[in-house]
Design a protein around this ligand. Sequence first.
Ligand SMILES: Nc1ncnc2c1ncn2[C@@H]1O[C@H](COP(=O)(O)OP(=O)(O)OP(=O)(O)O)[C@@H](O)[C@H]1O
Length: 267
Amino acid sequence: MSQEIIDTVAQYLTPSIPIKLISQGAEAVVFSTAVHPYCPMRETASGNEPTQYIIKYRSPKKYRHPIIDKQLTKHRTLSESRLLAKLFLIEHLNVPKLIATDVYNGYIWLEFLGEDLPNNCGYSNLKNFLWMYANDPYNEQVKNTLFEVGKQIGLLHWNDYCHGDLTTSNIVLAKDDNGIDWVPYLIDFGLGSQSNMVEDKGVDLYVLERAIISTHSSFSGKYNQWLIDGFSSIYKAQGKTGAKKLEEVLKRFADVRMRGRKRTMVG
Ligand SMILES: Nc1ncnc2c1ncn2[C@@H]1O[C@H](COP(=O)(O)OP(=O)(O)OP(=O)(O)O)[C@@H](O)[C@H]1O
């Protein structure tokens, strides 16, 4: 973990915005903060608890030419911000709310989603959630949650957007208003795009299927079926057109899977 990057961000944001490191990925460093970027005294309607925010920072990459690096940072920060802003307006689709963006410096501020799971099971992404239920894998809550995750992907694809990196870590679960059911949110649209190509949609579904198989192999058959059931329900609700498009996406998904298998066999 590069202390240099953390210091750069802390200095840029000034001590009035305390930050906590959450993750350092290949693309960005992610922090949380309780301070809103332009309304520092903002409070939630339900009490005095400050809302939490995410700050996603794309640091300069030393292996790139500085001019190209600046252009890429601007392009990627802008593209992810734009996409999130558009997706947020799609009814029933759950993505983090974009709070602010600073494209030239590579910062995106988002609403913080999720929480720590009970019994030290980690942060509430789909991966940890499924681990939490490893001793009770076919629990109704698991089934319902995976069905709802499938619906979110269905909504994304039906509206002709693709995620580009649909792993179980990029699906976050937040408790609903009654504090009982989990509501899935899709995060990390750094590789996302507007696309009506069945190939892109098939690849999204395949990437998620592989993620489930690799971490939850014993239960992956049922898990993937529940995801696809939720996904299909969104398309089927659109009548004949939906059913036809669903058939095309699922056919391409099967083709992508077949290509993946051949690649694995050939090595
Ligand atoms: N809105 C959010 N609410 C809560 N946590 C978040 C949010 N956005 C990101 N995170 C946390 O930060 C992590 C990294 O975020 P994100 O995937 O967007 O960055 P990234 O650099 O593209 O990551 P990677 O390279 O690992 O894919 C997430 O896995 C999640 O734990």
